[in-house]
Design a protein around this ligand. Structure first.
Ligand SMILES: NC(=O)c1ccc[n+]([C@@H]2O[C@H](COP(=O)([O-])OP(=O)(O)OC[C@H]3O[C@@H](n4cnc5c(N)ncnc54)[C@H](O)[C@@H]3O)[C@@H](O)[C@H]2O)c1
Ligand SMILES: [Zn+2]
Length: 680
C-alpha cells in the first residue's frame, strides 16, 4: 500500500464496523481469522507510523459500545481484552518481554487455561448472594444482564461454604457447550428458527436478550477464570490458588486449568489441549497463559487494552473465508439430496477443505448464497465442514443463483420435496444407483422378504460388482455367480438360492414394506394391504384415497403416491410380480379377503407379545392379530387386554401379573386366531 495513511483509515473504519456487528449485533459478517488479519495489519502500520496513531483506533479499544436497552454498569476495575500469540516464536518473545521487565532469569509460573469461546461477564456477590451481572461492554461500562444470568444453571445464586468476602466480583465466560449448540441449531433448522453460525454467537445472542425467558431456554453454561474488585483484597497470592478458592465457594472452574513452569510448560499445555480440542465438550479458540503470582502481575501492569502479564495462544481458526466455485447435488443412500459446496481449497483448523455441506434448499435460501460468493466455512469437532455465512460486500457482479434440481442427478427420477419437510428426496427408490445398497438390504431384511443369508456385506459385494442393480435382479442370480463371490462357497450359494426361492411366496404387507417407500413401516404396509386388498389398487391410489387408510397422513400419502408414479419404480415392481414363465421373478402372496370394519372381531383390544413363539413368528402373530382388528403394543400397561406369553417370557409377563392383565400362551393364541377364521 503506497499510502499508509489511507490504508490505516480504511482499516479503522472496516474494523469499527466489524466490531459493531460482532459485539453489538451478535452477528459477525467475517470470520475471526479475517478480523485478526486486518487487526494485525493495522497494528503493524501504526507501529511503523507512530505519528498516525489515534487514541480512538480499534487497536486501543476493548469490545463494543454497550447497548442502551440494558442498564449501564460501570466496572469498578476495567474488564480488559487479551493480547495474542500465534506461534512458538511469539510465545518465546512474550516470555522474554516478561523476564526482561521483571529482571528475572529463573522461569516464571503460569496459570494455563483454555480460552473459552463465549463472552466475558462480571458477577458481583454481596453477602454471598448474586446481586449483579454485567457484560464487558467497552471495558469500563457494560450491560446489566442480571436477570438473564440468573437463568444459567451453572451460576450459583448463593455462594457455598464460608469465609467469602462481603463483596466479591468474579469474572468468567458464559459459553454454550457444543452439544447444546448442535441440538439447538438442529431444532431451529427443522422448525425454521434462527440458526447461529457458531457457539460464541449463540452464547452472546442468547445472553443479550431483553426477555430473560428466552435466555432461560438456551443451553448456556459458565466457568470463572478470575476476580475483579474484592473487598479486603483478592482471596490468595496466586491466580491459580484464587481459582481453587472460588471453586470452594461453589463457583464453576474449568477442570483443565493447570499451573505450569516457563515457556516450555506453556507449550506443553498448549500442545496437550490442542490435541484434545475436538473432544472437549465446549469450543475454545486457544489457551491463555497468566503470570501466576499477583505481586508480579502488579509489577507488569497493563497496556492500552490488555494486561502485560497474560496472553492468549490462539489455535488454528475454525472459520475461514473462501470462494464458492459451484454446487453439486449428492444423493444419499436413502435418497436425501444434499447440496454440497465445492470450494476453492482453504486450510481450516489444520485441514484443507474443498467441500462443505449446504444442508438443503432452505439453508441455501437462508444464507442467500450464490455461486462465486466469498463464503465463511466452518469446521469444528467431527462435524462435516459447513458454509455458515456469505460476505455480501464481496459478492462479484457475475455471481449466479443456485437452482435446486427437480430430477435426481443419478437416476433422473423426480425429486420430491414435501411441504414442511426440509429434505428433498429422490423418488426412484427401487432403481436409483445411489440408493441401491440400502434398497436391496431393506428388501431382504427380516420384516420384509426375509431372505436368509443375504446380509449387508453380501449386498455390498453384489452391488459393487454390479451383479444386482434392483431387488428384481436378485431373483435372477445363479449358482455360478454367487459361488464366485468373496467368502461364498458352493454350499452357501445354493442355500441363498433356496432362500430366494422361498422368499418368492410372501404376503402383500411384507411386499409393500419391502419396497422401502419412505415412512411406510410394517404397520402402515399392513393397513395399506387391508384397505386396498391388491397391489394394483395401492399403486393406482390417489393421495385422497390413501388418506382414508388408518395411520396414513398427508406426508406418507404423498411419499406413496410419488413412489408409484416413477416409471423406473413401476418397472421394478412389474418385474418382481411378473410370472416366471414370462421372465419375471414370480413373487406371489395369498389373496386378502375384505374384512368389513364391523367384522373385525378383535377391534378395540390391545395385545402384547412376549417370549419366543414356536409355531409362528412374532411378526406373523402381530400381522394376524392386526388383521382381526387388534392393536399390538410393545409394552404392558393398564390398557393392555391380553399378554401372549411364549417360551422364556420375562419382565413383560411379570408386569402383566402385577397389573392383573390376562395372559394366554401360544396355543391359546392359535386357538383364538383359528376361532376367527384366520388361516396361514
Ligand atoms: N469476526 C469479527 O467480525 C470480529 C469482530 C470483533 C472481534 N472478533 C474476535 O474477537 C477477538 C477480540 O475479542 P476480545 O477483545 O474479546 O478478545 P479475545 O477474545 O481475543 O480475548 C479476551 C477474551 O477472552 C475471553 N476468555 C476466555 N477464556 C478466558 C480465560 N481463561 N481467561 C481470560 N479470558 C478468557 C474473555 O471473554 C476475554 O474477554 C478478535 O481476535 C476476533 O477473533 C471478531
Ligand atoms: Zn435417484
Amino acid at each position: 500500500m503506497s499510502n499508509p495513511q489511507a490504508r490505516i483509515l480504511a482499516l479503522r473504519e472496516q474494523l469499527d464496523s466489524y466490531n459493531y456487528q460482532y459485539y453489538v449485533a451478535d452477528a459477525p459478517t467475517v470470520p475471526d481469522a479475517e478480523y485478526d488479519r486486518l487487526m494485525r495489519e493495522l497494528l503493524a502500520l501504526e507501529q511503523a507510523h507512530p505519528e498516525l496513531m489515534d487514541p480512538d483506533s480499534p487497536t486501543r479499544k476493548v469490545g463494543g459500545t454497550p447497548v442502551s436497552a440494558f442498564p449501564e454498569v460501570r466496572h469498578a476495575l476495567p474488564m480488559l481484552s487479551l493480547d495474542n500469540v500465534f506461534s512458538d516464536d511469539e510465545l518465546t518473545a512474550f516470555e522474554k518481554r516478561l523476564m526482561d521487565r521483571l529482571g528475572r532469569t529463573e522461569p516464571l509460573d503460569f496459570c494455563c487455561e483454555p480460552k473459552l469461546d463465549g463472552l466475558a461477564v462480571s458477577l458481583v456477590y454481596e453477602q454471598g448472594r448474586l446481586v449483579q451481572a454485567a457484560t464487558r461492554g467497552d471495558g469500563s461500562t457494560g450491560e446489566g444482564i442480571t436477570e438473564n444470568v440468573r437463568t444459567i444453571k451453572a451460576v450459583p445464586l448463593r455462594l457455598k461454604g464460608q469465609g467469602w468476602p462481603a463483596r466479591l466480583e468474579v469474572r468468567g465466560e458464559v459459553y454454550m457447550p457444543r452439544a447444546g449448540f448442535d441440538e439447538m441449531n438442529e431444532r431451529a433448522r427443522a422448525e425454521g428458527g434462527k440458526i447461529f453460525a457458531n457457539p460464541r454467537n449463540a452464547a452472546a445472542g442468547s445472553l443479550r436478550q431483553l426477555d430473560s425467558r428466552i435466555t432461560a431456554r438456551r443451553p448456556l453454561a459458565f466457568y470463572c477464570y478470575g476476580v475483579g474488585l474484592v473487598e479486603g483484597g483478592p482471596p490468595g497470592d496466586c491466580h491459580f490458588d484464587i481459582l481453587q478458592q472460588l471453586k470452594g465457594w461453589g463457583l464453576p472452574v474449568c477442570p483443565e486449568i493447570r499451573r505450569m513452569q516457563g515457556r516450555s510448560g506453556c507449550q506443553a499445555y498448549h500442545d496437550d489441549i490442542l490435541a484434545r480440542r475436538e473432544q472437549l465438550p465446549y469450543e475454545i479458540d486457544g489457551v491463555v497463559y497468566k503470570v501466576d503470582e499477583l505481586a508480579l502481575q502488579q509489577q507488569l501492569g497493563f497496556v492500552a487494552r490488555a494486561p502485560r502479564w497474560a496472553t492468549a495462544h490462539k489455535f488454528p481458526a475454525q472459520e475461514q473465508l473462501t470462494r464458492l466455485l459451484h454446487v453439486e447435488f449428492q444423493v444419499g443412500r436413502t435418497g436425501a439430496i444434499t447440496p454440497v459446496a465445492k470450494l476453492e481449497p482453504v486450510p481450516v483448523a489444520g485441514v484443507v477443505v474443498s467441500n462443505a455441506t449446504l444442508h438443503n434448499a432452505d439453508e441455501i435460501a437462508r444464507l442467500g448464497v450464490m455461486v462465486g460468493d466469498t463464503v465463511i466455512v466452518r469446521r469444528a469437532g467431527d462435524v462435516i465442514p459447513q458454509v455458515v455465512g456469505v460476505v455480501l460486500e464481496r459478492r462479484p457482479a457475475e455471481a449466479q443463483r443456485i437452482t435446486f434440481p427437480d430430477h435426481c442427478p443419478v437416476c433422473d427420477a423426480e425429486i420430491e420435496r414435501i411441504e414442511g419437510e426440509a429434505v428433498a428426496r429422490c423418488t426412484g427408490g427401487l432403481f436409483c444407483a445411489a440408493q441401491r445398497k440400502e434398497a436391496i438390504r431393506h428388501f431382504a431384511s427380516r420384516k420384509a422378504l426375509d431372505i436368509e443369508g443375504l446380509g449387508t456385506k453380501l449386498v455390498e459385494q453384489l452391488v459393487e460388482q454390479e451383479k444386482v442393480k434392483t431387488p428384481a435382479e436378485l431373483f435372477h442370480l445363479d449358482q455360478a455367480t454367487l459361488a464366485g463371490l468373496d467368502r461364498m462357497g458352493e454350499k452357501s450359494a445354493s442355500n441363498l438360492l433356496a432362500a430366494l426361492d422361498k422368499a418368492r411366496h410372501t404376503t402383500l404387507p411384507r411386499f409393500l414394506y419391502a419396497l422401502g417407500i419412505r415412512e411406510v413401516g410394517e404397520a402402515t404396509a399392513n393397513n395399506l394391504a387391508q384397505h386396498f386388498l391388491t397391489l394394483e389398487a395401492v399403486m393406482q391410489a390417489e393421495v385422497d384415497t390413501l388418506l382414508a387408510v388408518p395411520d396414513v397422513g398427508e406426508i406418507v400419502a404423498k411419499h406413496i403416491y410419488y413412489f408409484f408414479r416413477q416409471p423406473h419404480n413401476q418397472q421394478v415392481v412389474q418385474a418382481l410380480v411378473a410370472p416366471r414363465e414370462q421372465g419375471g421373478c414370480g413373487l406371489d402372496w395369498p389373496a386378502i379377503e375384505a374384512v368389513a370394519k364391523e367384522a373385525q372381531p378383535l377391534a378395540g383390544q390391545t395385545f402384547v407379545l412376549t417370549g419366543t413363539l414356536s409355531q409362528l413368528s412374532r411378526n406373523d402373530a402381530k400381522a394376524a392379530l392386526q388383521a382381526l382388528g387388534a392393536k399390538v403394543a410393545g409394552s404392558v400397561s393398564a390398557k393392555t387386554d391380553w399378554v401372549v406369553a411364549g417360551e422364556a417370557a420375562g419382565s413383560k409377563l411379570v408386569k402383566a401379573q402385577e397389573l392383573g392383565v390376562a395372559v394366554m400362551d401360544e396355543d391359546g393364541l392359535l386357538a383364538l386366531l383359528a376361532e376367527h377364521g384366520w388361516r396361514r
